[in-house]
Ligand binder design. Structure first.
Ligand code: NI
Length: 172
């Protein structure tokens, strides 16, 4: 089932999310709902706070080509355990900040550890778009948005634009 995506600014997007201690069926349903919501948007990543749940859960699928099979990933308690010194600049967007795209600099490669849908501990290296996306989504669990990496003026301009968008959406 699709879930509504929270638009910035919203206090729920600025919270530190709690670790998942018990992998309940409710959390698995939430993860599946988040993937459905992400694909429908469409987007390449989504974090639980974006659908109003303040738990450490992200989903992503950065497969680009239309002919490539999808690669949905569900990560509970994801953690960056190593980052490359090499940096990468990528244009980022966010389903909670629609139609805004800005360049953000992050480590080019990261190793991430997480618990998968079956409760199994996993670890893998990510680069390219996957590295950008997984770092962006983990940031969400710590109340950090990609616009927090921009200058204050630009961030305020984007926030005002989003406030206006939310007023328009509320009127519909
Ligand atoms: Ni985002």
């Amino acid at each position: 089932m699709k879930r509504p995506i929270i638009i910035h600014p919203d206090p729920r997007l600025k919270k530190l999310c709690a670790p998942v201690s018990d992998l309940s069926d409710d959390l698995r349903v939430l993860a599946d709902d988040m993937l459905e919501t992400m694909y429908d948007a469409p987007g390449i990543g989504l974090a639980a706070p974006q659908v109003g749940v303040l738990s450490r859960l992200i989903v992503l699928d950065c497969v680009k080509g239309e002919n490539e099979p999808p690669q949905p990933m569900i990560m509970f308690n994801p953690e960056v355990i190593a980052s490359s010194d090499a940096l990468n600049v990528h244009e980022e967007g966010c389903l909670s900040i629609p139609d805004i795209y800005q360049e953000v600099t992050r480590p080019a490669e990261v190793n991430v550890r997480w618990i998968d849908r079956n409760g199994k501990l996993q670890e893998a290296g990510f680069d390219g778009l996957w590295a950008t996306c997984v770092q962006h989504e983990i940031d969400h669990l710590n109340g950090i948005l990609f616009i927090d990496y921009l200058g204050r003026m630009r961030r305020q301009m984007i926030t005002r634009k989003m406030q206006k968008l939310k007023r328009e959406l509320a009127r519909e």
